[in-house]
Each structure stands twice: as C-alpha cells, then as structure tokens.
Design a protein around this ligand. Structure first.
Ligand SMILES: [Zn+2]
Length: 308
C-alpha cells in the first residue's frame, strides 16, 4: 500500500512537472547542440533565478541575464543591468542569503548591462571592470553607471569564501573590455553578447570588431567547457552555441567579401540584397534574422570598405 501510494505521488509529480514545463524547455532540451529551436523558447519578460550548481546562480529579468555566486564570506554579483532590474536582483539574492555583497563585476561597458550598480555599491560591493571600459564611461558619461573601484588589465581570478570566479579577457571583440567569466565548476562559461544562443547579432553590430569576434570565439572554443550562460535568452545552452555564432560571422564576412569582389574597398557598395539571400539559405532559422541581417551586412561592408 505504501509502495502504491509512493507510485501515485511520483506519477502526480511527473504530471505536474510536464504540465509546468510546456513553455519552458527542459535542461535536457536546452543542452542539445545547435541548431536548437529550444533556445528560442524563453519568456523575455520573465524574472527567474536558477541555481546551476551549489552556490552558482543565474538571474534573468526583462530580457537580460547575469550570474552570481554565493559563498560563506559574501556574494559576487555581475551586470546590474539598470536601476529597476538591480533592485529586483538584490531582492532575489536576499531570498537566498543575507551575506554581504562583496564584488560587482561588469562584463563590459554597454549601458544595457551595466546601469544600476549604485544599489550594490551602497551594499558595500567593490566594482570591478576591465580597464578599457573606463575611457568609454568618461567619453559617453551616464549618471546611472557607477564607476569601477578596481580595474584589471587582463585575466584575473576573484576569490571569496573558498570559491573562485575567473575573469577572462580576450582583447577587443564586442567592445574592447569584455570579460568572459568562468566559475569554479569549469563546465560553465558566462558569455555576454558575443553569443546569444539561437539568435543573430543585434542589427548594426555596434561596437563589434568582426575579425576579433571570430578570433575570440575560436579561442573560447578551445577551452574545456560544456555549457554557456548568455547575457540574453535561455538560462543554459550547449557549447555549440559558440560555434554556431562563429560560423555565422565567418559566413557573413566571406559572403560580403565574395559579393564585393574587386570592389571590396568601396564604402558605397550595394550588395545587401545579394548577401541577404545567400545568408538566408543557411541562417534564416536564427531568432530575429530578418530584423538584424541587413544591419549585420552593412557593418561588414563598412569593415571591408573603410577598415572599421
Ligand atoms: Zn554589449
């Protein structure tokens, strides 16, 4: 009888679990390699927190995602995003721990990820960024960005309460101060904007260095990791998301160059429609492909046309 009751409970839980999972793909589905349609099944407006392994979490709100680590001596947080999100972020952390917020790490300098840090500074956090972020914070001042207290020039490992978070710098790629983060379980990488699993690069690829993007993605592919957490989109993806983005960029650059031919160094090319048609043959399944492809092409035309 006890056994039968146990079976019933298990059956009911399985039913509830599958009913609740209709909108959100399972971890198993998300870890299938690219191209993976499950990477497009996320609610951009959803606020959620997930523990990926003990003490290592991801927080998502309104389309942007970050990570945080809870240790015995305090908390390491990343990208505050904006004032409203940072407030929600802190509230979610406070449901888990009352330990002090010790560090706030900026992934890079773009405003859609690093506004709103003041709330963590008031909690006592030391703000850390790559040193190349600082000139752009002064060039284009934004009062909603709390300036870094500490800058790093290259790779750096943050240590707190017996835990570590590696901050890895690969040079210019998407901005020139991007930090890729690797927690102490080396299976995971936190990669902001360089890769958005299942998606295409944002429109005009502002502040992208296309050839350095490809170089960086190749260097990341050489690392021994299994999963990525992105700054936008699903909470986990198989590492093949990195390869998918690198191959997209390689195709984009190759096809622009081929269509431009001997005229490549001409900033007034009109090859967008031809490149778009060829890119669509392989890549139209990517999220927001139609919205972004023309901007992506223009960016690479400019790269070959004027060397930027
Ligand atoms: Zn960015």
């Amino acid at each position: 009888m006890v056994r039968a009751f146990g079976m019933l409970v298990v059956t009911l839980m399985a039913f509830v679990g599958s009913a609740g999972a209709q909108d959100a793909p399972s971890r198993e589905e998300l870890l299938k390699p690219a191209p993976n349609p499950a990477w497009n099944q996320f609610n951009a407006g959803q606020v959620d927190v997930k523990e990926l392994y003990p003490g290592f979490y991801t927080f998502h709100a309104y389309g942007t995602r970050n990570i945080f680590m809870v240790t015995d001596e305090g908390v390491i947080v990343t990208d505050p995003v904006n004032d409203a999100t940072a407030k929600l972020y802190l509230a979610e952390i406070r449901k888990i721990t009352d330990k002090p917020i010790k560090y706030l790490v900026y992934s890079h300098d773009h405003w859609d990820h690093v506004e709103g840090g003041q709330i963590f500074k008031e909690e006592g956090a030391e703000i850390i960024a790559h040193e190349n972020c600082v000139p752009s914070f002064f060039d284009t001042p934004n009062p909603k960005i709390a300036l870094p207290d500490t800058t790093i020039a290259g790779n750096h490992t943050l240590e707190l309460g017996g835990r570590t978070l590696e901050l890895m710098y690969f040079g210019a790629n998407h901005s020139d101060c991007m930090l890729i983060m690797r927690p102490d379980n080396k299976d995971y990488l936190f990669i902001v904007d360089l890769v958005t699993p299942g998606g295409s690069p944002l429109s005009i690829m502002a502040d992208y260095y296309p050839h350095h993007m490809i170089r960086t993605l190749k260097e990341i592919e050489r690392l021994d990791f299994k999963y990525m957490v992105g700054g936008h989109g699903v909470w986990i993806a198989d590492r093949s998301a990195v390869t998918e983005r690198r191959e997209y960029l390689e195709d984009l650059m190759r096809i622009v160059k081929e269509e431009a031919g001997a005229d490549a160094a001409n900033p007034f090319l009109d090859i967008t429609d031809k490149v778009k048609a060829r890119m669509a043959e392989k890549w139209s399944y990517l999220r927001n492909f139609d919205r972004n492809i023309e901007g992506n092409i223009k960016r690479v035309e400019s790269y070959y046309g004027i060397g930027w």
